[in-house]
Design a protein around this ligand. Structure first.
Ligand code: SAM
Length: 427
């Protein structure tokens, strides 16, 4: 494709993504479906440029305006193009071939700007409300977190213990030219170098590996489902954690995968088929007080509530979330999280375990929800310290992964997405 055409196409995609009215990955996928002739390299440039712009939106908007026409309407036309140029993730010579002399001069001015001299908001690259909440929680550690959130996340795999050992999967990946190292904490995980295509590998098609962040694996390890148990994955979605729990149960017992979204549960089906699991029972529920939940009350040994949340722990993978979430969304999510946790708790058998988890960085969706649950249900449920549970599940360095009783994972400390989890036992 001609350099100009690729830059124009990137600008078009960016214009659609920057409306921020839909998840960026959905907009990118829809765009690729409309442009089926694009090759893998062009797709890479389009998608990665979009993500780079989303990551650094305030900085790039500032740089785009440098020396620009002062009339806002006049700037509007070239703004997206300038953002695309600043975020360009393709060949640089190719990009330069598409630029006008004016654009080359502007780009030189933009590249000469020293980020250290810019205001804080252009360095941490977060909306003010979120920066304030994280600064209050982290103090000096705020800036290392902001730097970590500005980087792309690594690709982690979970090896399906039903199918093979981690070392063997590592060896087979190496034979396919893919370098992977054991993840530092999860005994099931491999961290892959780069972002290789995996879906054509026999290893993937036979269900021996699944793409899953190490943090997600740790949530399944904390739940610690065993052979022959009755287990509920209450917010199973497309089943990332369901698959890990089912394998930990060695394909025995009964694992119910509940979700209100039939669409997400449908995405679990092909993954289940690959995994070799036959102990999983996906079920769409109308809401958290569905009759199905009532029928199983008091019968379940392990209940995982991987609650709907702001997703702000996954900003490295979904940088659009920082611009698409708001304090009002978080307040509404907190209400839903409390309701879902209270309802799911009714499933837990005496002596059984309840795990509440999110991929949010915010206290409001994490500690506050757990403390609210303690206040309302402290007589029936006692907290279990995550460090002990993880150590029993053979997680290395378990005591470095916790804050108080909770599992608390941070991208800048642990290299995982941000996660929170609290476990309780029914008395
Ligand atoms: C964080 S996602 C789950 C991700 C999934 N566990 C995984 O590992 O891939 C949260 C899920 O909760 C579901 N959900 C939202 N409200 C719910 C409710 N009231 N009861 C059960 N599930 C709900 C959403 O449809 C979404 O799939």
């Amino acid at each position: 494709m001609h350099p100009n055409a690729l830059l124009d196409l990137t600008t078009d995609l960016l214009r659609a993504v920057m409306r921020l009215d839909q998840p960026a990955d959905a907009v990118v996928s829809a765009f690729f479906r409309q442009h089926r002739k694009l090759g893998p390299r062009e797709r890479h440039t389009l998608a990665e440029t979009t993500y780079a712009v989303l990551r650094r939106k305030p900085l790039f908007e500032h740089l785009a305006a440098l020396g620009g026409d002062k009339k806002p309407n006049a700037l509007k036309v070239p703004l997206m193009r300038r953002l695309a140029i600043l975020g360009w993730q393709g060949n640089e010579a190719f990009l330069r071939a598409a630029l006008t002399p004016d654009e080359l001069a502007w780009l030189a001015r933009a590249q000469a700007v020293k980020p250290d001299n810019l205001p804080a908001a252009l360095r941490h690259l977060l909306p003010t409300w979120l920066a304030e909440a994280l600064q209050a929680a982290l103090d000096k550690d705020f800036w290392p977190l902001a730097a970590a959130l500005d980087q792309p996340a690594p690709m982690d795999l979970r090896v399906n213990a039903l199918k093979m050992k981690r070392e063997e999967a590592q060896r087979l990946l190496a034979e396919a030219g893919i370098v992977a190292e054991p993840t530092p904490y999860s005994p099931w995980g491999l961290r892959v170098q780069g972002k290789p295509a995996l879906t054509q590998l026999p290893l993937f098609q036979d269900g021996a590996i699944e793409v899953q962040d190490e943090g997600s694996q740790l949530l399944a390890l904390l739940t610690d489902a065993h052979r022959g148990e009755m287990v509920v994955d209450f917010c199973a979605g497309a089943g990332g954690k369901t698959l890990a729990l089912g394998a930990a149960m060695r394909n025995t017992g009964r694992l119910y995968a509940f979700d209100v979204s039939g669409h997400r549960l449908a995405a679990l089906k092909p993954r289940l088929a690959r995994s070799g699991l036959s102990n999983v029972y996906p079920a769409q529920i109308a809401h958290e007080r569905d009759d199905r939940v009532k029928r199983l009350a008091g019968k379940i040994q392990r209940v995982l509530v991987d609650a709907p949340c702001s997703g702000l722990g996954t900003i490295r993978r979904n940088p659009d979330l920082k611009w698409r979430q708001s304090p009002a969304d978080v307040a509404e999510l907190q209400q839903r999280q409390q309701a879902i946790l209270a309802s799911a708790a009714r499933l837990v058998a005496p002596g059984g375990r309840l795990v509440y988890a999110t991929c949010s960085l915010l206290r409001a969706e994490n500690e506050d929800v757990a403390e609210g649950f303690d206040a309302a249900h402290g007589r029936e449920f006692e907290r279990l310290p995550a460090a002990e549970l993880l150590a029993k599940a053979h997680v290395e360095g378990a005591d470095t992964l916790v804050e108080g009783d909770a599992l608390r994972l941070w991208p800048h400390r642990h290299g995982t997405d941000g996660f929170f989890a609290m476990a309780w036992q029914r008395r």
